[in-house]
Design a binder for this molecule. Structure first.
Ligand code: IMP
Ligand code: MG
Length: 187
């Protein structure tokens, strides 16, 4: 028995459904960016977006670059996003004039994406869009545009497929819901 079985309440999105939807998103992005050939930069927001991005990029048929950035939220517990977000790892790529597509695991309050959009906009990309695997619409505090969305989900804490539970379980191939009454954070 896997250790997470104890607090896994349900598998919300299984591997087959994730992979099917990601292939669709990749095809849609490839069509939309046909004329941006060579100018597209996928920007992964670490660490949650990394599993999604490596699968997504293999379904994108237009030539593109990838880069990574990381942000941290302050002022509240790990499972609550506060309004204050700070850059902790910057891009290596000059995105001026580029077609930037942000790749994020989940949009919850919207604060992270709102901050990143505002920050990247100052570098004058030719275009700036958002691709999020999951959208917890109900939790939104800051309205943000999601140009490509994998799945809209209910307001439940999820883990797996890049999303962590106290930094663990990002490797799971599915998205699962935590039973908060059974989960004990690591000491
Ligand atoms: P936002 O700034 O509130 O939109 O939060 C976005 C970030 O919070 C995501 O990039 C995730 O890292 C984290 N997050 C929000 N909801 C969940 C969840 O259900 N499971 C794991 N991480 C989450
Ligand atoms: Mg994240």
């Amino acid at each position: 028995m896997q250790p997470y079985q104890e607090f896994l309440s349900e598998i919300l999105i299984d591997e087959a459904d994730l992979q099917r939807r990601i292939a669709e998103l990749g095809a849609e992005i490839s069509r939309d960016y046909q004329n941006a050939e060579g100018n597209l930069v996928l920007v992964c927001i670490l660490r949650g977006g990394v599993v999604f991005m490596v699968d997504l990029m293999r379904h994108i048929t237009v030539r593109h670059q990838v880069d990574f950035m990381a942000v941290s939220s302050y002022g509240s517990g790990a499972r609550q996003t506060s309004g204050s977000v700070r850059l902790s790892l910057d891009l290596q790529t000059d995105i001026c004039g580029k077609d930037v597509l942000l790749v994020e695991d989940i949009v919850d309050s919207g604060n992270t994406i709102a901050y990143v959009l505002e920050f990247l906009q100052t570098r004058q990309p030719r275009s700036l869009k958002v691709c999020a695997l999951l959208d917890k619409e109900e939790r939104r505090e800051t309205p943000v545009p999601i140009d490509y969305c994998g799945f809209k989900i209910a307001n439940k804490f999820v883990f797996g497929y890049g999303l962590d539970l106290d930094e663990y379980y990002r490797n799971l191939p599915f998205v699962a819901v935590v039973d908060v009454n059974k989960y004990r954070p690591p000491a």
